[in-house]
Ligand binder design. Structure first.
Ligand SMILES: [Zn+2]
Ligand SMILES: [Zn+2]
Length: 262
């Protein structure tokens, strides 16, 4: 399994996962050019699918371009696809490139099993994704960003991941003091908005494999957070709960990160 981040944050999200010989892109929220460049640099020439979490622009900006360039499929939930097609969001695609994935119904692609799961966020039908190698239980990667809070079913999905990427969006005090309009502040902090640093820390304390899980804190707000604040807040909560993780790092906003191989 190999995983690396291409871009992460409110300004654009894209992640790459190689699992059981399959190459997946998870979200494509920066330009096609940037994604292609990042893949080229790591010698990745083909894709076996693009998995979209939801329709917000910071997750889809380059999706159509990449699907056409790599002649690959785009997977999204039924209501997300309905939104894309209604609003002609992704440009021209062949019918075979339009793939529906239903939450909680595992999909097999080669030796990789992919399961979408519902997350609470203000979009049509937002999901996180769990990827697992069929022949090796320990090869499991889970991604969950853009969620207002962690439900019990989300927590179950995040457990036993070797690599876990979760949102650590904002610091509530920075958000409160910041220059966002009141309405937007309420939305971000709300139940269907985004996870705060402390919420991410408390969630991680419940779901990581002690000493093993490689954790990425992702989708940081540029306005209402800093990488150091996110890291320190989460690290402090994990310490306070006597939890160690394999590694804790903050996903880079604008440059591809180093691959994790495990
Ligand atoms: Zn969103
Ligand atoms: Zn987002």
């Amino acid at each position: 399994m190999q995983f690396f981040t291409i871009a992460s944050g409110s300004s654009g999200n894209a992640y790459f996962l190689e699992l059981a010989g399959q190459h997946f892109l998870i979200d494509a929220g920066v330009s096609g050019k940037r994604i292609e460049h990042a893949l080229q640099k790591k010698n990745i020439r083909g894709l076996n699918g693009i998995f979209i979490t939801h329709e917000h622009n910071d997750h889809i900006a380059g999706a159509g371009v990449i699907a056409r360039r790599f002649k690959t499929e785009i997977y999204a939930t039924p209501l997300t696809w309905r939104y894309f097609l209604r609003h002609k969001k992704l440009g021209a695609l062949n019918e075979e490139q339009i793939k529906i994935i239903e939450p909680d119904k595992p999909l097999l692609i080669g030796g990789a099993e992919v399961t979408a799961f519902d997350i609470p966020h203000d979009a049509s039908q937002p999901v996180g994704y769990s990827f697992r190698a069929v022949t090796n239980e320990s090869e499991k990667m889970v991604i969950a960003t853009d969620l207002g809070h962690a439900t019990e079913s989300v927590k179950e999905r995040l457990k036993n991941a070797r690599v876990l990427l979760i949102e650590s969006n904002h610091d509530p005090e920075m958000l409160e003091r910041g220059r966002y309009q009141r309405e937007l502040k309420t939305r971000v902090a709300g139940n269907r908005g985004h996870l705060s640093n402390a919420q991410a820390g408390m969630l991680l304390a419940e779901v990581v494999i002690p000493g093993k899980t490689h954790v990425f804190l992702a989708h940081l707000s540029e306005e209402n957070n800093t990488p150091m604040l996110a890291f320190d807040t989460v690290a402090r909560i994990l310490d306070g709960n006597n939890i160690t993780v394999g590694r804790l790092e903050v996903a880079e906003r604008n440059i591809p990160g180093e691959p994790v191989v495990c």
